[in-house]
Design a protein around this ligand. Structure first.
Ligand SMILES: CC(C)(COP(=O)(O)OP(=O)(O)OC[C@H]1O[C@@H](n2cnc3c(N)ncnc32)[C@H](O)[C@@H]1OP(=O)(O)O)[C@@H](O)C(=O)NCCC(=O)NCCS
Length: 168
């Protein structure tokens, strides 16, 4: 398995991964797979990494886009959607995608990453709950942060409008 940045012809495989990763998810809106296309189209896809398995093609994908906190660009980014095809889950692919994304964003001097989802997955990878950042009425225990800079801004986070499903 290898992780690499997406290439021009990966869009259909990425849609397939995200559609199937979220298909049976308890909190899905079933259109997370459209978010990557929408971010790409609006030139706001900060990072898209794919996981390729020999003989199986693209089996996982991770998306990063900018956020505003209290209306300001604080150099923080949202991680998601991140998905792995169900038959390839629990083999370390999600972990590899997050680890490589964190390295890339640290190198790009991002101040921090925010996500939400199963805290069991994210907290194993260094993310932590932190009530300083809020999102609408989402429970604080479902919001996870990974600071990469010196401080954590306080306030409400706003995702890029490509996250139209508002699935947070
Ligand atoms: C979350 C997801 C990306 C993880 O990918 P993965 O390749 O299965 O993750 P890994 O194999 O690296 O798992 C790392 C750890 O995360 C936890 N974990 C992963 N998937 C989990 C799940 N479905 N339920 C509970 N814990 C899970 C486990 O602790 C796991 O370690 P373990 O297997 O040693 O117990 C994948 O399950 C997925 O696509 N889920 C549906 C979409 C989703 O919820 N995305 C996250 C929100 S954007």
């Amino acid at each position: 398995m290898r992780v690499r940045p997406e290439r021009k012809h990966d869009a259909a495989a990425i849609r397939n991964v995200q559609y199937n990763a979220f298909n049976d998810h308890p909190y899905t809106y079933k259109d997370e797979y459209k978010i990557v296309d929408a971010l790409r189209k609006s030139d706001s896809l900060t990072l898209s990494l794919v996981a390729e398995e020999y003989g199986a093609g693209i089996v996982g994908q991770l998306t990063i886009s900018p956020v505003l906190i209290n209306g300001h660009d604080e150099g923080w980014f949202y991680v998601g959607p991140v998905g792995v095809l169900p038959e390839h889950q629990r083999k370390g692919i999600g972990t590899s995608l997050i680890r490589q994304a964190v390295r890339a964003m640290y190198t790009q001097r991002a101040n921090g990453l925010i996500s939400h989802g199963d805290p069991k997955f994210f907290t194993k990878l260094g993310f932590r709950n932190d009530s300083r950042i809020t999102y609408k009425n989402v429970q604080p225990e479902h919001i996870v942060l990974l600071p990469l800079g010196k401080s954590v801004p306080e306030g409400a986070v706003v995702l890029h409008t490509a996250h139209l499903t508002d699935y947070l």
